[in-house]
Design a protein. Structure first.
Length: 627
């Protein structure tokens, strides 16, 4: 191999440095061609995207945007990872969730998963899963010294933990070989149910002390942030709530006699991973940085690994849809990739049919293979902090950490996480955040493929056995698709009662080039509410529009064409549709100066990009009498 001499030559030496102002000038030129006369920072702002928590994604990041040194993997502040080797040894722990209440069926699923790539088990135990007494049967044939077990037993974590520890003893598992988490989470139970059971905190502290003394590979405490994510929290709010909960546990565990270091080692944090890959990456990196700061302030030793946050990432239940659930495979793939890149120690990919009930074998297979492809084929785990050094990711991590810290401090001023849950502070803030996000969902600013965009009315529903009812009574459980799902359920009921779905007639004026774009947009909009579009491509004037509407069997109509053809013929078509019995007449597009003309002719409303789709679809179903 020939080695070229180092002569100090830079390949970019002949190219002068470009300035931000030059880039903004080029952007302004492009915007000017589209009719937007902007310059300087305003041109850059036009390409920016607003996020929750007050962040803005900029179109350009440079070294000037980097917040500073983020350290090294395995060393405080652990932004770049909790271990020096990252996931380069074996990648992340592939943790499969099991909620089947039948221990025998659970055992079959567990063994199948472990034989096909899963490396640890997350078991729902108690009233929302396997009975505590059925834990032994569910784990029959499982090598407990090789397969870590994470328990999720709600208020029954004590009996479930004791049952698991008994299994270790009966099966001869050495105490230093036991791995996993006992899942004690009284604060998460309070968040989910609104009830605080006396004695649970003390019981959790006793389990933590036992694990610290005798089971070095077991963690007793889980700080589960999913109740806040499922309650509508933003990423910063999810982080702040988890941080406040973790600090509460440090107080409780050190009061029970553990050192700060031992207390930190007893806690595992659980976060949601969403299909917004960069926010998920930044959230996990920020979470480690924040927890390292807490450990530092609490006096933990500053040695390698001390204060590193143990993270379990779960693909978001909020993003899972009930309609067209196959798209969930894509969502969970992006989310699990982001969790791995973000440095999660364990990753759970929820099956694509999670929102429909108990997953089948195919769904579990796809879930576990998602991680297998990322780890074994894409070798994602072989790179330490692959997003590190990205000016965008580093800046987003820093902004998220600061926003979460401010929310954490507010919770602390309110008396801590438990007090903030009891007095309604958490619920109030999460509700406000979800209301704002619901507005974006309703206006399709946050599109949901298969639900608010490109829905398939003819697709038969996917049915699953019902899952055990989760505990309720505390924070609400939200879903991105819930408003559209309510509309689709009305349509389904109408179909069952009458044999046909509610229909909308699309009066497409002029040639295909004139009406196709708006007709496609309108069809997708109405299908999102379960309303079947009927399209007559030969509609060219008022008489043919009225005749086609009558033959369509629809109750409402929407005129679709170009602005030029609207000015020529929309008014008489609207009059003809109303005369033919249309309960409502819509026009696709912004009316401009012709608005009053169209309204006088019979147009009731206008459907536009960014309009409130939920309000429009609800009014249509109400007008049709769809109960």
């Amino acid at each position: 191999m020939t080695v070229l001499p180092d002569d100090g030559l830079s390949l970019a030496a002949e190219f002068p440095d470009a300035t931000r102002e030059q880039w903004q000038s080029l952007v302004a030129g492009v915007l000017r061609k589209s009719g937007r006369d902007l310059s300087g920072p305003a041109a850059e702002d036009a390409l920016s995207t607003a996020l929750q928590d007050g962040f803005t994604t900029r179109p350009l990041y440079t070294a000037d945007d980097a917040p500073g040194d983020s350290g090294y993997p395995g060393f405080a502040p652990f932004t770049r990872g909790g271990r020096p080797e990252g996931g380069a040894v074996s990648g992340w722990d592939v943790r499969q969730r099991h909620t089947l209440p039948d221990p025998v069926r659970t055992n079959e699923a567990v063994l199948s998963d472990l034989e096909n790539g899963v490396t640890s088990l997350w078991l729902s135990v108690g009233s929302a899963g396997i009975p505590v007494s059925g834990l032994a049967a569910a784990l029959d044939g499982v090598y407990l010294d090789l397969a870590p077990v994470a328990l999720d037993a709600g208020a029954e974590f004590g009996p479930a933990a004791r049952e698991l520890l008994k299994l270790y003893e009966e099966r001869g598992v050495a105490r230093d070989a036991a791995r996993g988490t006992l899942g004690a989470d009284p604060v998460g139970e309070l968040a989910r149910t609104g009830r605080e059971v006396t004695g649970l905190t003390e019981e959790a502290a006793e389990l933590a002390a036992l694990c610290a003394r005798e089971y070095p590979g077991l963690r007793a405490i889980t700080v589960d942030a999913l109740p806040y994510h499922e309650g509508g929290a933003s990423d910063a709010q999810e982080l702040g709530c988890s941080l406040a909960t973790g600090v509460g546990w440090l107080r409780d565990l050190t009061a029970a006699g553990l050192t700060v270091e031992a207390a930190c080692a007893q806690i595992e944090f659980r976060y949601a991973a969403t299909a917004d890959q960069f926010l998920t990456i930044a959230k996990l990196r920020a979470a480690r940085r924040l927890w390292a700061r807490v450990a530092e302030v609490c006096g933990a030793d500053a040695g390698p690994g001390t204060g590193a946050q143990r993270q379990h990432a779960v693909t978001s239940p909020v993003m899972m849809t009930r309609r067209d659930p196959w798209v969930n495979m894509l969502r969970t793939t992006v989310a699990s990739l982001a969790a791995g890149v973000g440095g999660a120690d364990a990753v759970t990919v929820l099956p694509f049919d999670h929102a429909l009930g108990l997953p089948d074998a195919f769904a579990r297979r796809i879930a576990r293979n998602t991680s297998t492809i990322l780890l074994e084929e894409s070798h994602l785990g072989r790179v330490i902090d692959p997003a590190g050094g990205s000016w965008y990711v580093e800046r987003l991590t820093d902004e998220l950490a600061h926003a979460a810290w401010e929310w954490f401090q507010e919770i602390e001023r309110a008396g801590g996480q438990r007090a903030a849950l009891h007095d309604g502070l958490i619920a109030e803030r999460l509700a406000a955040t979800w209301q704002e996000r619901s507005g974006r969902l309703a206006r399709r600013r946050e599109p949901i493929t298969g639900v608010s965009e490109f829905p398939q009315l003819s697709q038969p529903p996917v049915e699953r056995d019902p899952a055990p009812a989760p505990p309720g009574g505390g924070l609400p459980v939200v879903r991105r698709d819930e408003a559209y799902e309510a509309l689709r359920a009305r349509s389904d009921a109408h179909l069952a009662a009458t044999g046909a779905r509610p229909r909308v007639f699309l009066a497409a004026l002029g040639p295909a080039a004139a009406h196709t774009a708006r007709a496609t947009f309108t069809a997708s909009l109405f299908q999102a509410g379960g309303i079947e579009p009927v399209h007559d491509p030969v509609t060219v004037d008022a008489a043919t529009a009225a005749d086609a509407f009558t033959r369509s069997g629809a109750a409402v109509a929407c005129i679709c064409s170009s602005d030029t053809l609207y000015a020529e013929g929309a008014a008489p078509v609207a009059q003809a549709l109303k005369a033919a019995g249309a309960l409502q007449v819509f026009l696709a597009g912004r009316p401009g100066e012709q608005r009053e003309t169209y309204v006088r002719a019979g147009v009731d409303d206008f459907v536009v990009a960014g309009g409130d789709a939920i309000a429009v679809l609800t009014s249509v179903l109400d007008r049709m009498g769809v109960a």
